[in-house]
Design a protein around this ligand. Sequence first.
Ligand code: C5P
Length: 299
Amino acid sequence: MSGSFTVDALSIFAPAKLNLYLAVTGRRADGFHDLVSVVSQTDFGDTLRIEPAAGFSLTCDDPAVPADESNLVLKAARAFAAATGWRGGAKFALTKRIPAGAGLGGGSSDAVAALRGLNQLAGEPLGAGELERLAAQLGSDCPLFLQAGPVVLRGRGERIAALPVAAARRLTGRRVLVFKPDFGIATPWAYARLAAAAPASYRPAAEAETRLAAWIAEVQAPAEKLLFNNMEPPAFAKFLALPALLAELRVTFGLQPRMSGSGSACFALLGADTDAVPIVAAVRAAWGGSAFVTEARLT
Ligand code: C5P
């Protein structure tokens, strides 16, 4: 039994996200882009262990991940302490499974795991709204990780709405193969390429909303019919390995693969009985043994 002032360590799951639908609609005065996106979290992700300690520190099992103050986990911790006046500290240990530069939201998810864990350790000083505000300050992709189930993102990603239950049911539980080449794509670069091809690269907001509303309203429409990402063309123009493999997966396996967010990770929804083995083999044949491949489920 722990003493009355001892709080045990927490272990928090930090899921990866996938943008099933991503329509970037235009550039804003603040330099960010407005978007309409449907995002699911997955049962695949990182684990953040949080142990009460004096001060904040971070270790990570992946030496390629910077564990210094530039890591969003420590930025989240500093932001939490500043917002709450909490005088405690924590030792964070990150088990990294989500690759970086992937468009899978790994760093953002870790940061939100830190916020949730610290809020728990500190006796829940922050309500849901305050947590959302703090998360939005840390990154455009952070607030979605405070939600459960698939969501619709608007604004720069901080305006969140739940997907109607019947539509969410067409996503949750679906099998998905996630794969990433051994290079990443930096989000600011991807948005800059999109802006360089403006206005043709943007999807008008009204069209983006109409297409999403039509999918939601079509009760029999499978998840496959929702898939869209207008960040693909500028990324595919530079990174030819992406469209080459995606075309092969379409032709050979009848899949409808997409890039997630700003890439470079891609994904393909699988049928309940689909044999993933030959698909994984095709990914490895095209992208080599150092490619990242995992099967997961949408949550
Ligand atoms: O918010 P976050 O730190 O994830 O954004 C990283 C960069 O991606 C921003 O500096 C911006 O260049 C670009 N971005 C954008 N519009 C968004 C999200 C990100 O232009 N909605």
